[in-house]
Every structure is written in C-alpha cells, then in structure tokens.
Design a protein around this ligand. Structure first.
Ligand SMILES: [Zn+2]
Length: 83
C-alpha cells in the first residue's frame, strides 16, 4: 500500500533541511513528509524550501529523478531555465 502524509510540526530538536542542507532549529515550524511507495521515505524541510521544492517538482522532468539531492542538483543546474 502506498501513502504520502505531510504535516507541519514544531521541531522538538534540531533537524537538517533536506532541500537547502542547513539546520531546522528547535522550535521552528517545518514540513515533515512521510511516504511509502516502493520504499519508506521521510524528509523534513523549511516551509519556504518546501514551496521551492513543490514548484520545482511540478516540472515533469523531475519525476525521472530519484532523490531529493538529485532534484536539488537538477534545480541548481537549470535554475535559469526552470524558473
Ligand atoms: Zn531549507
């Protein structure tokens, strides 16, 4: 069974943002996404980073990419084009 669940919790400790790689400080409201398709996967991001991520992943070319770091690299390399 596949599912995807996104919540916006307050960080109870410091986490790392999967998108920009900087820390999500304790007490910060952020995005937590848990999904299970073929594999179980979860990530946390800053709310503003999630907005950027969501915009980027509406690009159909991103669906061929496997991981968030791949998508981020793609986004950085194609910033002028994608935006
Ligand atoms: Zn971030």
């Amino acid at each position: 069974m596949s599912f995807e669940c996104e919540t916006r919790p307050i960080a109870r400790k410091d986490y790392r943002c999967e998108w920009c790689g900087t820390s999500i400080n304790k007490g910060t409201k952020h995005i937590k996404n848990v999904s299970k398709y073929e594999d179980f996967c979860s990530y946390r991001m800053h709310i503003e980073c999630d907005d950027e991520f969501t915009e980027t992943t509406t690009d159909p070319r991103c669906w061929e990419l496997m991981t968030i770091p791949d998508i981020r690299t793609f986004f950085e390399e194609n910033k002028g084009e994608v935006m």
